[in-house]
Write a protein that binds this ligand. Structure first.
Ligand code: NAP
Ligand code: SF4
Length: 733
């Protein structure tokens, strides 16, 4: 048993370490801030009386698999991760999924709660939360047929599209044992000091598999109509209540809209909710869509709070508190939900990775200092699917609280950061946070670098928030920001800096000189297009089908977002400007989600609206095969679906011959010469580093130089690496 390797003394040492490191962390600026309560969010900061205990506010950190919960030796890091969020003001926090038994593992040897030794590990987590007056909940998750191992079981032996393992049908004895295993896990959780458990009944995991006809084809007492299909969930709640007693919080995460064929209708969801209340649930939490659903539910292009009215529909039929979830990331959205009575509590998971102090910042009236989760999934869920530890693109400290520490410096230094993209802003932020005297130079008249292009892609409006966050933080920390300043070596020498961080980024790769006609006026880089410097005609060839080629294709074909003439450079420089995001109704039409709250269509699905794209786009690459194969796991399918539904013609395996006034000549994958008749060509062929300010070998500058971000490595440039690079370099000087 993995847990048996652990000892109480290891646990104690780990707690001491994490607590010592916490106190050194210069980022923890919110712990002892004033008692003032923001008048902007009065409902969010009302306590919630549960009868036997009280939640201090309405903001709950939802369950998020970090990877730390799967290994006993990581529980010290897990405790430090939760301590930071508890300190940041969360009323209640829920662990990542912990399995009640081996069959329920998500991954081989995943985190469990089935022995006294597990209790010792988990005590580190509960102590960390309680130190800052946050309730700590353990999520019990049985993955059913979503498990990635050969012991998987389910209601019926139907393989899921997201695991290679076909499940075994559970026998009645097996089901009864599973009920006991949930009860035992809850009892042990109570012994470990948890204030309650969350029973995972949504997102397509085991209990959702039983609840829905999508998987449950049984004819016995656990199948058939909804009364039979919900029996397992209800039996588990009753068993957990009996095992843990009355003064124990039981949350049930209920799928309020399955978004899969043969999914439940709202009448069935309501029957289940009422039965769960009668069985002893304290709070109903919201689940949206199964993991295998072909409707996005949490990616950045899903409008904020897109599903909250389905939660509100359930709330009408129960008397226990109900919690809203999915794409809620800022306090104004959260406040509006609680104030309108659509839900009693707000659950956010990823926003707590992005900013552990979200709650206290909202409470202190400093929402504009929140590091907003941009719903990119790049460092959290994508990592989970790659069996890597989660972290956060905009906050590289997440899940690395004990390793990436921003210690206050005892010897402040003069630091120059050259380049105001996300790498440079991250470096300047961390260096200033640590007490260094920082000057940030930017050649353009706007901070944000490549994020300024991303932010205007329809569905990527959240990227504005990251730029806003850094601008505000740099100002708050007293960083001297010099825009419109082209740095040269003389300027650096005159500044007498101790450290120079070169974050000069990238330029888009130009094909001029390598492809005939690439210097014609109708040819432009993605940067020229997205900054409003150049405009396009009605038919366009996009050269290069990486992430930016897909983004540009979406930008050119979307029938929502901003008109091109509104994207004038002046508008885009205004940090308070936000392009009009797609409305919830428009988004539902596009993806085939019902507008009816008491929906009678299976899983809430309807036929998507046919889309008339704004322009005709050819997306072209030299590599053979399907386009978009390199896009990220949890978001790539959304981009591929978007370009397909918007009529983008995808062409692979080509050679570029030349660009003429008629369009672009290619040799197609049959070896024939072919003209794509287009008005404009947008080049999205990657980037090249800008490094001219790095000293040459043999130079002996007074300052120490550091190269970070795209300037260091343009290939597969990404914001996750850029922000982490900046933070790590600044943490080390
Ligand atoms: P990229 O992913 O490297 O794609 C550039 C594409 O251009 C390549 O796939 C390549 O395809 C083509 N190309 C390269 N050199 C070329 C040349 N000399 N002539 C013609 N075509 C050439 O770069 P990117 O699209 O600029 O994206 C940059 C980074 O940002 C990537 O890490 C990406 O993952 C990330 N990003 C992700 C997203 C997203 O997930 N939605 C969005 C934006 C950016 P062929 O060789 O096949 O022609
Ligand atoms: Fe949010 Fe992206 Fe960070 Fe995940 S990686 S928490 S989605 S900002």
């Amino acid at each position: 048993m993995i847990a048996s390797l652990n000892t109480a003394s290891q646990a104690k040492k780990s707690i001491e370490n994490s607590e010592r490191i916490e106190t050194n962390n210069a980022a923890n600026t919110y712990e002892n801030e004033s008692e003032k309560v923001s008048e902007s969010y009065p409902h969010l900061f009302q306590p919630l009386d549960l009868g036997f205990t009280t939640l201090k506010n309405r903001v709950v950190m939802g369950s998020m698999h970090t990877g730390l919960e799967d290994r006993f030796y990581n529980y010290g890091k897990l405790a430090a991760y939760f301590a930071e969020r508890a300190k940041g003001g969360a009323a209640m926090m829920i662990t990542g999924g912990i399995s009640p038994n081996r069959e329920g593992w998500l991954l081989p040897a995943g985190g469990t709660m089935n022995s006294k030794l597990d209790v010792i590990n988990h005590q580190r987590v509960t102590r960390a939360a309680h130190k800052y007056d946050s309730k700590m909940i353990m999520q019990i998750l049985h993955s059913g047929r979503y498990g990635y191992h050969p012991f998987v079981v389910s209601a019926s032996p139907i393989k899921s599209p997201i695991s290679p393992f076909k499940p075994r049908k559970m026998s009645i004895k097996n089901i009864e044992q599973t009920v006991d295993d949930f009860a035992r896990a809850a009892r042990l959780a109570e012994q470990a000091g948890y204030d309650g458990v969350e029973i995972m009944g949504s997102e397509g995991y085991l209990l959702n598999q039983f609840l829905s006809r999508h998987v449950n084809k049984r004819k016995d007492i656990y199948g058939g109509d909804i009364e039979g299909r919900m029996k397992l969930a209800v039996d588990i709640v009753k068993a957990v209540r009996a095992a843990a007693g009355e003064d124990f919080i039981i949350l049930f995460r209920l799928s309020v809209i399955d978004l899969v064929k043969d999914g439940n209708v709202m009448d069935e969801v309501i029957i289940v909710a009422k039965a769960l209340e009668a069985a002893g649930v304290t709070i109903i939490n919201t689940g949206i869509g199964w993991h295998e659903a072909r409707v996005p539910t949490i990616v950045t292009s899903v409008p904020r709070a897109a599903f909250v009215d389905f939660t509100a529909e359930v709330k009408k039929h129960v008397s226990i508190p109900v919690m809203a979830a999915n794409r809620i990331n800022m306090p104004d959205t959260a406040e509006a939900i609680v104030a309108s009575g659509q839900a009693d509590l707000i659950q956010m998971a990823r926003p707590f990775l992005a900013d552990p102090h979200w709650v206290n910042k909202a409470k202190n009236g400093e929402a504009d200092r929140i590091n907003t989760c941009i719903a990119c999934n790049q460092a959290c869920l994508d990592h989970t699917f790659e069996s890597k530890r989660s972290t956060c693109l905009v906050n590289p400290q997440a899940c690395y609280e004990t390793e990436l520490v921003y210690k206050k410096t005892k010897k402040p230094k003069k630091v120059a950061v050259i380049g105001g993209g996300v790498a440079g802003m991250s470096a300047a932020h961390v260096a200033a946070l640590r007490g260094h005297e920082v000057t940030l130079f930017e050649a353009k008249d706007i901070l944000g670098g490549q994020f300024n292009y991303a932010k205007v892609i329809p569905g990527k409006e959240e990227f504005f928030e990251t730029i806003r966050y850094y601008i505000n933080e740099l100002e708050h920390l007293g960083v001297e920001v010099k825009l419109n300043t082209k740095v040269d070596k003389a300027l650096l020498e005159a500044g007498k800096f101790h450290h120079v961080i070169v974050a000069t980024g990238v330029v888009p790769r130009s094909l001029a000189g390598t492809l005939e006609g690439a210097d014609m006026p109708q040819v432009m880089s993605y940067a020229e297009l997205l900054s409003g410097q150049k405009s396009v005609g009605n038919t366009i060839a996009v050269i290069g089908a990486g992430g930016i080629g897909f983004d540009v294709s979406e930008y050119l074909t979307a029938n929502h977002g901003q008109a091109l003439d509104e994207l004038a450079p002046e508008t885009l420089k205004d940090p308070s400007y936000r392009p009009k995001a797609q409305s919830v109704s428009e988004w539902r039409e596009e993806w085939g989600v019902t507008e009816e709250l008491n929906y009678q269509s299976e899983g809430g699905l309807i036929k998507p609206e046919a889309i008339t794209p704004v322009r005709q786009v050819y997306l072209v690459q030299r590599t053979k095969g399907r386009l978009g194969r390199g896009l990220n796991k949890t978001t790539g399918w959304v981009h591929r679906a978007h370009v397909k539904s918007h009529g983008v013609i995808q062409v692979s395996g080509v050679q570029y011959e030349k660009i003429t006034a008629e369009g672009i000549w290619i040799t197609n994958n049959q070896g024939q010469s072919q003209l794509l008749r287009v008005d404009s060509v947008v080049v999205c062929a990657g980037q090249e580093s800008v490094v001219e300010l790095m000293p040459n070998v043999g130079d002996a500058p007074d300052a120490q130089y550091h190269l970070i971000g795209g300037a260091k490595l343009a290939a597969e440039l990404d914001a996750k690496r850029a922000i982490r690079d900046g933070a790590e370099v600044a943490a080390g000087i």
